[in-house]
Design a binder for this molecule. Sequence first.
Ligand code: BGC
Length: 881
Amino acid sequence: MASVQVTSVRFEHHDEPLGIGEPSPRLSWRVTTAEPGWLQAGYEVRALDDAGAVAWTSGRIDSGESHLVPWPGPPLGSRARLAVQVRAWGAATEPTPWSDPHAVEAGLLAPGDWTAEVVAPGWDEEPEGPVPAFRREFQIERSVRRARLYATAHGVYELWLNGVRVGDHVLAPGWTSYHHRLRYQTYDVTGALRAGGNALGALVAEGWYRGRLGFGGGRRDIWGDRTGLLVQLEVEYEDGSVAVVATDGSWRSAPSATTLASLYDGETHDARRAHAGWAEPGFDDTAWAAVLSQPLDATRLVAPDGPPVRRTELVEPVAILRTPSGKTIVDFGQNLVGRLRIRPRGPAGTEVVLRHAEVLEDGELGVRPLRLVKAEDRYILGGTGDVEEWEPSFTFHGFRYAEVSGWPGELSPADLTAVVCHSDMRRTGWFSCSEPLLERLHDNVVWAMRGNFLDVPTDCPQRDERLGWTGDLQVFAPTASFLYDCAGVLTSWLRDVRAEQLASPTQTPPLVVPDVLGWAFPAAAWSDVVTIAPWVLYERYGDLELLRRQYDSMVAWVDRVAELAGPDLIWDRHFQFGDWLDPTAPPEAAADTRTDGALVATAYFARSARIVSTVADLLGEEEDAKRYGRLADDVRAAFAREYVTPSGRVASDSQTAYALALRFDLLPDPARRERAGDRLAELVHTRDYHIGTGFVGTPLIADALVDAGQTQVAYRLLLERTCPSFLYPVTMGATTVWERWDSMLPDGSINPGEMTSFNHYALGAIADWLHRTVAGLAPAAPGYRRLAVRPRPGGGLTHARAVHETPYGTAAAGWSTLDGELLVSVTVPPNTTAVVELPDGSAPVEVGSGDHEFRIAYEPARYPPPRPPHTVWPKPGAEGE
Ligand code: BGC
């Protein structure tokens, strides 16, 4: 094997580049080598056609870039297929060997490529009526070279070819702002066709398209009131001729055995009604109804940007409990998102009922937090005499516990499994340390992300929301992009954010995207997702094109805020969510927090204006760069005038107010920054290390303390265990991040608030700090082209480590304490460098790729940190002065 190799060639952000939508996909690759300090000097790309002949080559390109480089060949046409190889030059004159060939295939790139029609079932569909089945038979006459199936739906679909499931996607085509963009999927079905008769079958449930969405009863039929199927099967024969089997008037439809399928309420399947063999050739469908053609705007059809939702893990029961009222509850030991797979055996007509919940209360299923959601699946046995394995297809639940009733015979743990479903992203980030509670907190954040990246980034997975709340993603984006490669999922979602925003008369993004609430009032930290999320993705994935694509949306938002704030630049005339759900917000008033919402809004105004200025600069928009730079300066000055005292106190005098002022650089001079940092630490001491922040302050507070030289105070805050704190939920047995610091109260009862989820990622935003500062692994240049390794040990921890799959390869940073010494270890991927700043104050050192170790004399800082006397409640008998 060569000592330097090019591997992992990728196209845009696709892990599965079949049916992609970009005619000129940007390319990325990695270089694997043990050679230290390896840097790329040039590369060459070549493309092979189906026969393995070279179709084109780029020739050597002198460039160090190996991530998202421009496509160097002619654009791909619809259905075009190539295999791409890359080789690279380092300092040596000889290139690496060519990489393995990596296949890429374009999807249907032009609306005119679609000949299929959308078909709806041939009866009047009722809300929550039976899921329609569709079918059609066709002949294959010659030998097949390749076959592709392009599919989407108004609703959510599953497909079969000759009785075999096509693909392994869950809830395809996923959820987009369907008025603007409807995704289709591409499947390779070459191997599934047979000579002679073949059959295609599909089920289409209401899904997001026409199912009930939103709280307070929600809305139905948001994008349409008919389910519909769009399928185009293209068969290319060995002789070069092509046959197309597409949805049209020749398809047949019938109600399926799935008599109800609702995302919120669950699914009912009556196995007695099954049409045996319906998706196979030779089935008699004369009793089935003709289908109805539906209008379709093919310009809305788009290929995916990221991975589909899949089943990603199976979880077995840990216990079967009998509740005080005599019910049977299965505990899976982990709050997760997905559904159950059950294996009953019994007489026909036996009805098994499965109810889901995240927690128990008084030993019974705690369903109150689900609000208007039934989360109930029902399976009616066909009575075949065999085990009947069943899993719902068109619903999902957030649950750790499932109540099972109607089970034929004695329920045993082997009878059911929980199936975890979410966007099938690549895991890219890990964290470990010497404190088990902190590791569990980190696991909880990972599970919260898994539960809430179900095609769109959502607030929660269990109650009558599960919506793409902008604020939640805004605060969680840095953590998300470390833990998983979510570039594809968020690229797609941000396209919708932009589309919905720019279509609104006021250029305000809706508060949830896709917009199902019709709520588009401007709200700081929520609407600021339009500037902040693209910026975070740029920092983490180095995707400049994404900034270019989102730029008009970023600018439109900042212009809008400027209008709302008016000439004094203080945005104080509108309702704000503000520091949503800080621990002092009463159960029924989440926005009633310690920190003034207008202060939050003005701080975010400054931040977003600054981001737009920086982005304008990157994009070569010089005028804009100056204009928004001036605006950011002016808002900063306005903030100081309005909210900062001459000595450096900040109005609201809350943890979040200081964290914002410090982290968004809103304090006018070093003296006031120092005073604000001290005051923040003082507030943390005063509150006995209880967290005082909500959605806005939580991602900022630990960084603000470290910047202020109060690292051990940050650790003390992080490691507090009593309510409210980061570790309190962990001590209560949490396995996900909660929406509220006290979603479960210390006495084990559920917070009485209407809004109490046990799976909300926003407050998990602290994990980004664990990665960047506790372990010390952060990007110093977009896409981790340069690493910032700056570990700050403390809190009595004896070791910590973070690992991240960067676009260039595996990076790691960690440390452990030895007797009087600190050992820092760093892994730097090829073609990158790292700047290492050790905690002893020594000058930063720059290192190249490879493994590095640093050993320094180290005396752990005093922990817990000394407490200023005035922050301690006086002891009885203490004298007043
Ligand atoms: C959601 C939040 C969201 C908030 C804003 C809640 O119901 O679950 O996480 O950001 O509403 O109003």
